[in-house]
Design a protein around this ligand. Structure first.
Ligand code: S6P
Ligand code: ZN
Length: 190
């Protein structure tokens, strides 16, 4: 009888933590989010080194390969700039046909989804929520709770990121606290 050794996995995904030798970490502070929040005075009054989010990702194909899948966990801290909740930068995929899955692990928030005609909708995120993001749809997450919001993501390795369209025009709606209530407010600036 021929036997083989059963090996340990090279990645661990426990709770909201991703670990493994090849996991990369990136961190975003307020300094890296210039121009995305509506209230520029409130933004300027906050410490620029305030942590906003961390991304732990496993990118199996370097360079990217059609068919290969990336996996990542984003941990988005609670906070607000003026009345607007801390959020990710947001992006379209450079390869516009590439979709993505997001799913909620910890905390609560809102996933903003904006299509190519700049129509934006918001989906509630919570532990166990699952979100399919079709190709051609920009995505951004806001933490609307008082604890860190963690979500996992899986996307094609060759999707790429297009941040320029969002840097120039933003999303057409913002996740804000108005009169102590969570609101999705349509922007009139873009
Ligand atoms: C990648 C995926 C996520 C985000 C992360 C940070 O396609 O959507 O891993 O990169 O949530 O958001 P952003 O908009 O700063 O890349
Ligand atoms: Zn994406």
């Amino acid at each position: 009888m021929k036997t083989q050794q059963i090996i340990e996995p090279s990645l661990l995904f426990a709770g909201a933590c991703l670990s493994g030798e090849k996991v990369k970490t990136s961190r975003k502070t307020l300094a890296g989010l210039t121009g995305i929040f509506e209230d520029t005075q409130a933004y300027a009054a906050l410490a620029s080194d305030t942590p906003v989010y961390e991304v732990f990702s496993f990118l199996p194909a370097d360079p990217p390969l059609p068919g290969a899948l990336n996996f990542g966990i984003t941990k988005l801290f609670p906070g607000k700039v003026g009345r607007e909740y801390f959020m990710t930068r947001g992006h379209f995929h450079a390869r516009i046909d590439c979709g993505e899955y997001y799913w909620g692990l910890e905390g609560e928030g809102v996933l903003l989804l904006m299509d190519g005609r700049r129509v934006t909708r918001g989906e509630r995120m919570f532990p166990g929520s699952l979100h399919y993001i079709p190709g051609g749809v920009a995505h951004r997450v806001a933490n609307t709770g008082s604890k860190p919001l963690a979500f996992a993501a899986c996307w094609p390795s060759d999707a790429g990121h297009d941040y320029d369209a969002i840097s120039s025009h933003g999303f057409s709606a913002r996740v804000m606290e108005i009169d102590e209530t969570l609101q999705l407010v349509e922007s009139c600036t873009e």
